[in-house]
Design a protein around this ligand. Structure first.
Ligand SMILES: [Zn+2]
Length: 192
């Protein structure tokens, strides 16, 4: 039995391709457009989001029910395709706002990106060479390797797969969407 909920405008709908591979998050308006155009091939989810539209000539408001997960045909909204680009926000989320050296939790503003192999030693700006670190640990480590600084990493940095990246990119994932996404997590994210 699906539950009908009035979702805030910030709620996103998870878009899959026909094969069930998660592709992107859609705004309610984008998802509604696809539903109205008949481009939704199938849908999933325990909830239906109620979207209120305009009033018809009888003074009744139109109501559209949106599934929380939709599979679509073709390459609509291609520009929104997710690539795991690297920015501090996503890096800190991958590491759950923990300093991977001292293991303490910090707010975004108190975190830095640390190059495991320092830039001056040829270290790259990649998901596997970057970890979240607090300012103190980052300074202490300097340009040394974790081994020579005597600062062991608490977790192995990983490149998020597309499903993981989608999960990291949205802070307001609905419960049924999260259940679906989790089935595509690698052991790196499942361990968290
Ligand atoms: Zn630290």
């Amino acid at each position: 039995m699906t539950q009908r909920v009035r979702a805030p405008s910030t709620t996103r709908i998870l878009r899959l391709n026909k094969a069930g591979m998660p592709l992107s998050w859609l705004t309610r308006e984008e998802a509604a457009t696809l539903v109205v155009k008949g481009q939704v091939v199938w849908s999933l989810g325990d909830q239906q989001l109620e979207i209120r539209g305009g009033f018809n000539c009888l003074g009744r408001q139109t109501i559209l029910l949106l599934p929380t997960i939709i599979a679509t045909e073709g390459n609509v909204f291609r520009h929104r395709e997710i690539v795991p680009y690297l920015c501090n926000r996503m890096l800190f989320r991958r590491d759950q706002n923990l300093c991977l050296y001292c293991g303490r939790h910090f707010s975004h503003v108190d975190l830095t990106r640390d190059h495991i192999i320092a830039k001056c030693r040829g270290g790259l700006d990649t998901w596997t060479n970057l970890v979240t670190a607090c300012r103190r640990c980052n300074q202490r480590k300097g340009n040394e390797s974790p081994e020579s600084a005597g600062m062991a990493l608490l977790a192995v940095p990983f490149v998020p797969n597309q499903v993981e990246y989608l999960a990291l990119a949205n802070r307001n994932i609905l419960a049924d969407q999260m259940v679906f996404l989790k089935s595509g997590f690698s052991k790196n994210m499942r361990a968290q």
